[in-house]
Design a protein around this ligand. Structure first.
Ligand SMILES: [Zn+2]
Length: 220
């Protein structure tokens, strides 16, 4: 049974944010944070969805689902029969079919007048094998300031109760957003703050912890 649902989440960054922006080319700044129309740094919906999907997939595999051998993100190795999509593609979508859920950007949880200007940093390319600084690998990159470090967003759509429980489980497993993981940037924790499910035509608040209990029941 599919239910309309809305899940509110809070992401807390334990370090500076660093998410590559799409199509931005800035001289000397080879990687960028994405910004909203007001210039605020944010975690784009694609990154939020991508991390959640990866952990959702891992959870299902741990539960013994082979997912029809579906391997995103390359469309060629993903489900290509709309009538026989794996459980991940059914919910998150595949190149063949739209998913049942959508993700918003994770936007800063700060008053609008707070200074959230990113800072430019200098990075040094390290050759890990030789443990030396690789020649000419000095570059600049943008990092959002450590403060504010709290972001808010939503996941909404249609899902079964089991899918919602798995989503909550996947969110708990997220440890970072964006690139530059080796530098310790983008380390994050995501937690659900509110969950609403519409049943019999009425929206009701559901305790996310209770939904996770549902997941444990599924595992048995
Ligand atoms: Zn698939």
């Amino acid at each position: 049974m599919l239910y309309p649902f809305e899940l509110e989440v809070e992401a807390t960054l334990q370090s500076d944010l660093h998410v590559a922006g799409v199509g931005r080319t800035v001289a000397l700044i080879d990687r960028c944070i994405e910004r909203d129309a007001r210039g605020r740094a944010l975690i784009p919906a694609t990154s939020f969805k991508g991390r959640t999907r990866a952990h959702y997939e891992r959870l299902l595999r741990a539960l013994g689902d082979d997912l029809n051998d579906c391997k995103p993100p390359n469309p060629a190795t993903m489900c290509n029969d709309p009538a026989n999509l794996c459980r991940v593609c059914q919910l998150f979508g595949s190149p063949m079919q739209q998913g049942r859920i959508e993700f918003t950007d994770l936007v800063p949880d700060t008053p609008p007048d707070t200074n959230t200007e990113p800072t430019t940093r200098i990075g040094v390319g390290i050759n890990r094998k030789l443990n030396t600084v690789a020649e000419g690998r000095l570059f600049f990159y943008e990092a959002a300031p450590a403060q504010p470090n709290r972001f808010r967003g939503q996941i909404r759509g249609w899902a079964t109760e089991t899918e919602i429980a798995l989503l909550l489980g996947a969110l708990k497993l997220i440890t970072h957003f964006g690139g530059q993981k080796a530098r310790g940037l983008g380390r994050a924790q995501v937690k659900p703050t509110a969950l609403y499910i519409r049943k019999n035509g009425a929206w009701a608040a559901v305790d996310p912890a209770q939904m996770l209990t549902h997941l444990q029941e599924v595992r048995r």
